[in-house]
Design a protein around this ligand. Structure first.
Ligand code: 13P
Length: 253
């Protein structure tokens, strides 16, 4: 089953205008220079940069995504942004349920699910994040935790066309630590099985499952050549053109 790899940058709360535009132009130029890359590219800047990044991406085969969205279309939700607002300014994707949102804002599987339904309804694709903490891993609960997050966070109506999963072990994010390749493949294969039960085999076989957590040019090949790893969700290394593109190139894009 051929799944096109997705190389996605999550800039998190980083980037003022000038730096964000430099980074975007650098990524756009490198992706253009690749001609017809084997992979798809996605950048997810903070809300404040979305419109400017969209403009700077013009003509480049790099999709634009946001890092969160509310489930409501509009209304009294101070500080929130709705999916339809993101769609209007040219976003194609939105990351939902990142472990930093689950930790910093108490987001639950139920909430992530509601957000995903709303995002899909207005035509946004979602990158739904899951992953265990170090305590959960040490207790041998990784697969259980990830399965539960998939069952709870992914809408029953999700399809391979509108949903991407990102497996990001919490303890591997921003730490330079990573699971072994065998561990990553084990989780991804287990996640695909849960997806098959939930959404049917057709969707599960086509749905992309990204790995995230300290992905660098130096480990990209090891992770992205695994059979059930369909790309990467990259934090720190997505803030440098050479690292982001280096990951893609080493992954065979
Ligand atoms: P790092 O690549 O900085 O570890 O972050 C991963 C991540 O959280 C991407 O969403």
């Amino acid at each position: 089953m051929a799944r096109k790899k997705l190389i996605a940058g999550n800039w998190k709360m980083n980037g003022l205008l000038a730096d964000g535009i430099d980074l975007t132009k650098g990524v756009a130029a490198e992706v253009k220079a690749m001609g017809k890359p084997e992979c798809e590219f996605l950048v997810c800047p903070p809300f404040t940069l979305l419109t400017s990044v969209k403009r700077a991406l013009r003509g480049a085969k790099v999709a634009l995504g946001a890092q969160d969205a509310h489930f409501a279309e509009k209304g009294a939700h101070t500080g929130d942004i709705s999916p339809v607002m993101l769609k209007e300014i040219g976003c194609q994707y939105v990351i939902l349920g990142h472990s930093e949102r689950r930790a910093d804002h108490g987001e639950t599987d139920e909430l992530v699910n509601k957000k995903a339904v709303a995002a899909h309804e207005c035509g946004l694709k979602t990158v739904i994040c899951i992953g265990e903490t170090l305590e959960q891993r040490d207790a041998g609960k990784t697969i259980d935790v990830c399965s539960k997050q998939i069952l709870g966070s992914v809408p029953d109506s999700a399809t391979a066309a509108d949903t991407v999963i990102a497996y990001e072990p919490v303890w591997a994010i921003g730490t330079g630590k990573t699971p072994t390749a065998a561990d990553v493949e084990e989780v991804h294969a287990a996640v695909r099985k849960v997806l098959a039960k939930k959404l049917g085999k057709g969707n599960a076989n086509k749905m992309r499952i990204l790995y995230g957590g300290s992905v660098k040019p130096g480990n990209a090949k090891e992770f992205l050549s695994l059979p059930d790893v369909d790309g990467a969700l990259i934090g720190g290394a997505s803030l440098k053109v050479a690292d982001f593109i280096g990951i893609a190139k080493n992954a065979g894009c």
